[in-house]
Ligand binder design. Structure first.
Ligand SMILES: [Cu+2]
Length: 151
């Protein structure tokens, strides 16, 4: 009886060990597949990264100017860009009711109350010196103007 029990126990242990080894090998066989999938995933992420970089490059290509307005002046009196530049104007009213307008490029922010802000973009596709101004009331006549120089 003891011998049979011992043999039975050894057989069970062997089955467990063999089974464990088989599972272990199975896991190892699966492991390379897991390793391959992240590589594919990385390639996809790199592809996504490239297009994201492209978008970022476009955004970086926009020349951004922070402009604030008070009665009756812009803090920025002159904006200088190159022909073809994408120009981004981030305009904030610090005091009073104002906007930022360049007729020649059909560029116009919303009219803003105190502490409101608006961002617009336009392409400076023509060289020259253009006046930007506030179109509210008589602000332009009061000197709320600046120069946009496109070289
Ligand atoms: Cu104004």
């Amino acid at each position: 009886m003891n011998n049979k029990s011992t043999i039975g126990f050894v057989v069970i242990v062997l089955i467990v060990i063999i089974g464990g080894l088989w599972l272990f090998n199975g896991n190892k066989a699966v492991a390379p597949t897991d390793e391959v999938q992240p590589i594919v995933g990385n390639e996809q992420q790199e592809g996504t990264g490239d297009s994201t970089t492209g978008e970022t490059a476009d955004q970086a290509a926009a020349k951004t100017f922070d402009v604030t307005g008070v009665p009756f002046a812009f803090d920025l009196k002159e904006i200088r860009v190159k022909q073809g530049d994408r120009v981004r104007i981030h305009f904030t009213s610090k005091e009073g009711f104002h906007d930022w307008v360049v007729d020649e490029f059909d560029a116009r922010t919303k009219q803003l109350k105190v502490n409101e802000e608006d961002t617009i973009e336009f392409i400076a596709n023509t060289t020259g010196t253009f006046e930007y101004y506030c179109s509210v009331g008589n602000h332009r006549a009061m000197g709320m103007v600046g120069k946009l120089i496109v070289e």
